[in-house]
Design a protein around this ligand. Structure first.
Ligand SMILES: *[C@@H]1O[C@H](CO)[C@@H](O)[C@H](O)[C@H]1NC(C)=O
Ligand SMILES: *[C@@H]1O[C@H](CO)[C@@H](O)[C@H](O)[C@H]1NC(C)=O
Ligand SMILES: *[C@@H]1O[C@H](CO)[C@@H](O)[C@H](O)[C@H]1NC(C)=O
Length: 401
């Protein structure tokens, strides 16, 4: 990973001029800073700091201009904490120098633990770790979602909801109770330099789940969990993911799609320069059968990927069903169109390295320069149903005929 340049303090006397209006750099950089400890936060890992942090946020959010809320080094034990706008601040930074540690009493929680919502120009940045610890081990035994469709979901560690222009960087998330990070209905998000981890056998600890967002960039991060590395759910447009290392876990996925009524299309997805190690899948598009609503999953490019010991590196599965009982009455209502897998190489731990199982025929699936070998004795295989794929350049395994 490239070291990132640190912001350099601007010389105090420098003048910034727009037309004939000049302000000193000090004025232009007039940042009001609040320290959570001045609002009663203890950061001793024992006292409950929820109220203090929310009070500090309210003060920062209500301050005009550019505002920074510092959470200094220390361990802040907190229950559900909602950091909501709209704010008076034109830009607000949540500067996490310490550790946020989740309460373990599940009765206190709704859908999430830390929630940033309805904020414009939010930056969440960590320093010296900037750790968000969901303390998930205590709750994982209560999670029935891997075996039951009508389960009660546990709280997501950090939820971004209805925000505009958000930057998240240098944050570490460990042992979430459920998803680590969820992005719901945001516009313009940039996330980089994240470290996300939970044990390989922890249930539903997806790294980043994104749903109904427009304009999301996720880059330069490492994600190892018990579930999907990054999952791109319904209603997302213009998603760019680059230089993320996934593993262990289930790999990168688009979906699952087609499960609920009224799901939106998923379009313009570009995923590049990824590495996968010891994951279940590499890149997977998964859609349920019997979808109540028709939708499109279209215009996706997955390129420059290295797979190391991945069960199934390339997979489209329109008969997705993680449960024991699934009806197979109707084909999936999700139409898959214009999907390209390019420059994908490495090793698989199952012989079928390319699995293209489409419901209604997929349209415009292209595989270009695929080089996947099976760790075992035999070579790798492709398996296709209604895929109608086009092959360009080098192909190993052999294409489906
Ligand atoms: C900085 O912002 C505060 C709050 O808006 C204002 O009271 C103060 O005058 C500003 N200082 C400078 C140097 O612009
Ligand atoms: C967000 O930041 C932009 C660019 O600095 C600024 O023009 C805009 O007014 C800000 N929005 C709000 C709601 O503060
Ligand atoms: C398969 O793809 C070709 C070329 O893209 C197209 O002409 C044909 O109609 C497709 N077949 C099906 C069954 O979709």
């Amino acid at each position: 990973m490239e070291p990132r340049p640190r912001p350099v303090a601007v010389a105090v006397n420098a003048l910034l001029c727009v037309l004939s209006l000049c302000v000193s750099a000090a004025e232009a950089e007039n940042v009001t800073t609040y320290d959570a400890k001045n609002f009663g936060a203890k950061g001793n890992g024992v006292d409950d700091d929820t109220k203090a942090l929310v009070a500090a946020w309210k003060k920062a959010c209500g301050t005009p201009g550019t505002v920074t809320l510092v959470i200094p080094p220390g361990t802040y034990y907190i229950g559900p904490a909602h950091f909501h706008g709209p704010c008076e601040a034109v830009a607000i930074t949540f500067f996490l120098q310490g550790v946020l540690m989740a309460a373990t009493d599940l009765k206190r929680f709704g859908n999430d633990w830390i929630e940033f919502g309805w904020v414009t120009n939010l930056t969440v940045v960590g320093q010296n770790g900037g750790v968000i610890d969901g303390q998930g081990a205590a709750s994982w035994p209560f999670n029935k979602c891997p075996v039951r469709k009508d389960c009660k979901v546990l709280p997501t560690s950090v939820m971004f909801l209805n925000n505009q222009n958000t930057v998240v960087r240098d944050i570490t998330s460990v042992n979430s109770k459920f998803f680590h990070i969820a992005l719901l209905h945001n516009n313009n998000m940039r996330m980089s330099n994240l470290r996300i981890h939970a044990p390989e056998n922890s249930p539903n600890t997806d790294g980043i789940h994104i749903e109904r967002n427009t304009g999301v960039i996720i880059s330069d991060s490492r994600i190892g969990t018990g579930d999907d590395c990054i999952s791109i759910g319904q209603g997302n447009h213009n998603i760019y993911i680059a230089r993320v290392h996934c593993g262990p876990g289930h790999g990168m996925s688009v979906g699952s799609l087609g499960r609920y009524v009224g799901e939106g299309d998923v379009t313009s997805i570009h995923v590049t320069d990824m590495t996968f190690q010891g994951t279940m899948n590499g890149v997977r598009i998964k859609t349920w059968e019997n979808s109540p609503t028709k939708s499109f999953a279209a215009r996706m490019l997955f390129e420059n990927m290295v797979m190391k010991d991945v069960q199934t590196p390339i997979i489209i599965d329109q008969k997705y069903c993680p449960y024991y009982n699934c009806e197979h009455r109707y084909v999936s209502g999700v139409t898959i169109e214009d999907i390209k897998f390019k420059n994908i190489k490495g090793t698989s731990t199952l012989p079928v390295a390319v699995l293209l199982r489409c419901g209604v025929p997929c349209r415009g699936v292209v595989l270009q320069n695929v080089d996947l070998s099976y760790n075992g004795q035999a070579g790798t295989l492709s398996h296709c149903e209604n895929a109608n794929a086009t092959y360009v350049g080098y192909q190993h395994p052999q294409p489906c005929i």
